[in-house]
Design a protein around this ligand. Sequence first.
Ligand code: FMN
Length: 219
Amino acid sequence: MEKYGLDERNHIFDEIIRSRRSIRVFKDGKPPKEDIDDIIGAGMLAPYAATAVGDIKDFRRFFVFERGTKSIDTLALLMENKAAEGVKHFEGLLKEKPFMKSKFQSFINRLKMIRDKGVPGVTTAPFFIIVAEIRGIPPAEQESLAHVLENMWLKTTALNLGFQLVSLTSQMAEDEKLMKLLELPVGKFALNGCAIGYPDITPKPTSRPNTQDATKWMD
Ligand SMILES: Cc1cc2nc3c(=O)[nH]c(=O)nc-3n(C[C@H](O)[C@H](O)[C@H](O)COP(=O)(O)O)c2cc1C
């Protein structure tokens, strides 16, 4: 027996999809842990690549970091180090191939900002969640992670909380120190992460291409 009529379900779904935003400024207060559990529950319900995962049962894991703990300070430091490594790598690349400057410069600037000022979300939100998905054959873990994160994002929106995807997390999957902290074997899992808290600034909707222009109904 459905709890809501079709119109109501559809309306609520559209409302959540439309009001989802990338929140990049959070209030100090911590949302209740029950909300975080519900958000993780939504992530767990996201589809997974059954063929790639096979009969492995624990193919998806969640790690909740809280502001003010030792583990979040460690994570922040490891991610700053990763950004610093990235700066070195791409600046080296630009020395060899200066014609690539226009392509890489804004990315390098972003990495520099992270290196110098800390990772947005990790250092600014009350909760940071790392999601780990097992790597399978054929590789589909990044796609699965995107589904998990989107489910969590929509649930966060439904709870009137703010969510920031922090995609630098995906670069940390080979970091031995982080994987040791998570007690996961290096090379077996892909990662992504998000910051969650009460939104302080909610940005206006960002623009999208016109749907009709972007859609072709094939003959
Ligand atoms: C693959 C992917 C990676 C992203 N990485 C980040 C990120 O590291 N930090 C961030 O603040 N936003 C990140 N975003 C969010 C986008 O910047 C955001 O969705 C876009 O600017 C549109 O804004 P909206 O989410 O408010 O609609 C990412 C989004 C996607 C799809």
